[in-house]
Design a protein around this ligand. Structure first.
Ligand SMILES: Cc1ncc(COP(=O)(O)O)c(C=O)c1O
Length: 453
């Protein structure tokens, strides 16, 4: 939407007439443009979302999305389980529930978190609508406009969207193959303090990072906790992929080093199924109270049907066996991706994930991931440009490739197609010094339809 157009629209019409006129005209004019709260102007369709429509076409190999592959789920068992749940506990499952979530499920969540070496009490768990809502609630209760959130460079695009919506300033801290760099975190926090900035929390994904694919080493974990404690900065530890390690059991969570200094977020989306929309926050007592109040005001209560379904699944199915199946399926796909990168794209470099869904690729010098994307889609392969994962415009030399959803064969074909585009682009760069730029990927960019390519 363009501000001038909107204002012209408001000048000619008013109120509902204008909305109706805009709708009738079939234009993208937004007569309410000047009415939005300041924070709404910071909301943009993410590059991932803008891509969904094209990337989901069957002829495109999408290495873009983070959708878990749930083909292996026991659907017959789940159908039986759901029927039984409705027959035996229907009135409860279909009713509103408490704002904090069902105690039965919170007790099970405490058991699940033992894999992360966390010893918690169910009273300190708040069930949320996916961990995405937990991200939103934590940000809502801590952030005033202009407060600083310190976050890894790069960071999960969905978290950056929340921080932007609450008008936080995100300051990135570098990572390397061992995760967030403690000395850089210390330096950044010291500089921010010297500059008089208010830092509210560190947002971090220590395990199988989205999008970087790296994991914070055991050695660094207590160091990160100590640095944040010293600077009196809360840690927001986001751990949706923690149980999906390919070779080893989970490392101790940051939360296990400092129960009072960390809000830990978990989710059943990647270890079971995202459609239930159940995640959680484990928070220090006082913070937990605020989270419950904020959640009640947002949604009254988390889904009862989802909570009781997951509680039944956890208590009646070999859920950890299912997690192990996911691990071996994703490991095979990771291997397919790394093998294909070595074969087709040796001039790039990439991280080697020990779990999760993603690898982070550094393109050959001079290439621009954002500018290259329309050409990649024309070549029937999609990725997410590295720029989506920074609040400050970095990331053009990176792409995130996800190996979670396509089959190993499709992953190989996708990387082969991507390599064709990279090679063509590299030739342009070596001939002209730069490749011709396309517009930023967004609502206004029209991708070619399959019959045009
Ligand atoms: C790092 C991270 N955090 C949070 C989420 C949100 O997950 P959900 O709301 O499904 O629990 C995702 C989803 O991809 C993620 O990758």
């Amino acid at each position: 939407m363009n501000a001038q157009g909107a204002q012209a629209g408001q000048g000619e019409h008013s109120g509902h007439d204008a909305a109706a006129a805009a709708a009738r005209a079939g234009t993208r004019l937004d007569p309410w443009f000047t009415s939005y709260a300041d924070r709404a102007h910071g909301m943009r369709a993410s590059e991932v979302r803008s891509l969904f429509a094209v990337a989901n076409r069957p002829e495109v190999v999408s290495l873009a999305g983070g959708m878990p592959n749930i083909d292996g789920l026991p659907l017959d068992f789940l159908a039986e389980m759901t029927a039984k749940l409705l027959r035996e506990r229907g009135p409860r499952a279909l009713q509103y529930g408490g704002g904090q979530g069902e105690e039965e499920l919170r007790e099970q969540i405490v058991e699940v978190m033992r894999y992360d070496h966390i010893h918690a009490h169910p009273d300190d768990v708040v069930v949320t609508t996916g961990s995405q809502q937990a991200l939103d609630l934590v940000t809502e209760i801590f952030i005033n406009p202009g407060d600083v959130v310190v976050a890894e460079a790069p960071s999960y695009v969905g978290a950056l969207g929340v921080f932007r919506a609450y008008q936080a300033d995100v300051v990135h801290v570098p990572m390397d193959d061992d995760g967030l760099v403690p000395a850089e975190l210390d330096r950044t926090l010291t500089e921010l303090k010297r500059a008089g900035r208010t830092v509210k929390f560190l947002y971090t994904v220590p395990n199988f990072h989205n999008p970087a694919g790296v994991t914070l080493t055991l050695e660094r974990r207590p160091q990160i906790v100590e640095i944040c404690r010293r600077h009196h900065v809360l840690i927001l530890e986001d751990n949706p992929y923690g149980l999906l390690g390919f070779d080893a059991d989970p490392l101790p969570a940051l939360k296990s080093f400092d129960a009072d200094g960390v809000v830990y977020l978990g989710s059943f989306s990647k270890t079971f199924a995202p459609g239930y929309r159940v995640g959680w926050a484990l928070a220090p007592h006082a913070v937990r109270e605020k989270l419950v109040l904020a959640s009640e005001s947002a949604i009254l209560s988390p889904t009862m049907m989802g909570q009781l379904s997951i509680a039944t699944y956890l208590s009646t199915y070999d859920w950890y066996g299912q997690v192990k199946e996911y691990r071996s399926m994703y490991r095979e796909r990771r291997d397919a991706m790394l093998g294909a990168l070595a074969e087709f794209l040796p001039q790039a470099s990439w991280t080697v994930p020990d779990g999760g869904f993603y690898t982070w690729v550094t393109l050959p010098a001079g290439l621009d991931a954002q500018a290259m994307l329309p050409r990649a889609v024309t070549n029937l392969v999609a990725y997410v440009s590295g720029t989506a994962f920074y609040a400050d415009g970095q990331g053009r030399d990176h792409v995130r490739l996800s190996f979670c959803y396509p089959t190993p064969e499709r992953i190989r074909e996708g990387v082969r197609r991507l390599a064709t585009v990279v090679h063509a682009e590299s030739e342009l760069v070596s001939m002209f010094g730069t490749a011709p730029h396309h517009d930023r990927v967004g609502d206004s960019v029209e991708f070619p339809s399959p019959d045009q390519v």
